[in-house]
Design a protein around this ligand. Structure first.
Ligand SMILES: [Zn+2]
Length: 127
């Protein structure tokens, strides 16, 4: 797998390999592309940087691209703030309803809390 340094952010990214053949495909897709800019200069850029370039990119625009972390794996939290908020609100509402319906606030709280957590996760996934 060939790699090349992105001119914009300095990351090492995959480029379209030529090692694939009929029997052994180079299945990993390339992560960058060589662009010829409007000012005639050529730059190898990862797709993230290509996306960040202005409409008519110049060498100066490439130079001003921000550096990126080597790893694209961002440590996203398991559940987003939106999911937590929705889950909490659902849990409280369901706990109150459960407490009234079941005439047992403790059970209502547990059931409501569990359902609220599930709803929060579902809301998070659905986005
Ligand atoms: Zn880049």
């Amino acid at each position: 797998m060939s790699k090349r340094t992105c001119d914009g952010c300095g990351r090492r990214v995959r480029i379209g390999g030529n090692r694939g053949n009929l029997w052994q495909f180079d299945t990993a897709s390339p992560e960058g592309i060589t662009l010829e800019l409007t000012d005639g200069t050529e730059h190898f850029l990862c797709f993230a940087c290509v996306d960040a370039l202005p409409e008519e990119p110049t060498a100066a625009a490439v130079d001003s691209l921000p550096p990126r972390e080597e790893s694209t794996q961002s440590a996203a939290p398991l559940i987003s703030p939106t999911g937590v908020t929705v889950g909490l609100v659902s849990a409280i509402v369901l706990a109150l309803i459960g407490g009234v319906v079941l005439d047992d606030l403790t059970t209502g709280l547990m059931v409501g809390g569990a359902l609220g957590a599930v709803i929060g996760l579902l809301v998070d996934r659905a986005r």
